[in-house]
Design a protein around this ligand. Structure first.
Ligand code: FES
Length: 265
């Protein structure tokens, strides 16, 4: 009797567990797009997420479409505004041979897109002390010797979703032209798509970061307004105001914060 009772109990608990797993799956695949009735959506298209077809509204970005299809981002999503570089995506369109790249939060879905997210481009992060480095091309070759293998194929530039002239700044680094490396790479969001496409296996975004750091330290003239502000801080110009803020109650601080000069949306 005892044994029978035990086995009934086990079956029951298995059923409960099964239910909760199914409930969890249903929960995780629920669309996060809210406030829109399906009957109000006029244009639909089909995309393929890792090979599986989904019908999604035509107006969505890749990121929104993936969420509409039921995917929940644990990786490959950050700012949702084109700044953080987390949502790197590669895709091919139906009937096209070309593998294309995009930022999922900034690109609209198109019919027949075969999509996959690239959450991370594997690359070693070198460490250096810029106070001890030479302000010459040798610093690039020292940490990123693979730049010498650049064959100027321009694949990196074509892969860049920010439309940066990536190959140009790799070439500039070989010449020790820090200012061009810094200027040309200024809008890089480190998504890594250039690096995963490069046949010479260059890690462009890390190279560019080194260039910007070196240029900021050694090449760029010190901005006048920064010099002035540093002088003011050193002469304790803001000390009284700062002390006043530190002693202000939270409610009052909130009022000051929300009432500050802000750019209109
Ligand atoms: S989520 Fe940050 S760039 Fe797309």
């Amino acid at each position: 009797m005892k044994t029978k009772k035990k086995s009934v109990k086990t079956k029951k608990s298995m059923k409960t567990e099964k239910k909760s797993i199914m409930a969890r799956i249903a929960e995780s695949t629920k669309s996060v797009t809210t406030g829109v009735e399906e009957k109000d959506i006029k244009h639909w298209l089909t995309i393929y997420i890792m090979g599986k077809a989904y019908k999604v509204p035509a107006v969505l970005t890749i990121m929104q479409a993936m969420e509409y299809a039921g995917y929940k981002f644990l990786r490959s999503c950050g700012c949702r505004a084109g700044f953080c570089g987390a949502c790197s995506t590669v895709y091919r369109k139906k009937g096209e041979y070309r593998l294309q790249t995009a930022m999922a939060c900034q690109t609209r879905v198109e019919d027949g897109m075969y999509l996959v997210q690239i959450p991370f481009a594997p690359a070693e992060k070198v460490t250096y002390d810029i106070d001890k480095e030479d302000y010459s091309a040798s610093v690039f070759l020292k940490y990123y010797p693979e730049i010498a293998r650049c064959v100027s194929c321009n694949t990196c530039t074509k892969a860049c979703p920010q439309d940066l002239e990536v190959m140009d700044y790799v070439q500039a680094s070989l010449k020790g032209d820090f200012s061009s490396v810094a200027e040309d790479s200024f809008d890089c969001i480190q998504c890594g798509l250039c690096a995963i496409r490069c046949p010479a296996e260059i890690v462009h975004y890390n190279l560019a970061q080194l260039g910007r750091r070196m240029y900021g330290k050694y090449g760029m003239p010190e901005p006048e307004h920064l010099k002035k502000r540093l002088g003011e801080i050193k002469s304790a110009k803001f000390e009284k105001e700062l002390r006043k803020l530190v002693n202000t109650r939270r409610k009052e601080l909130e009022k000051i914060y929300t009432g500050r000069d802000m750019e209109k949306e």
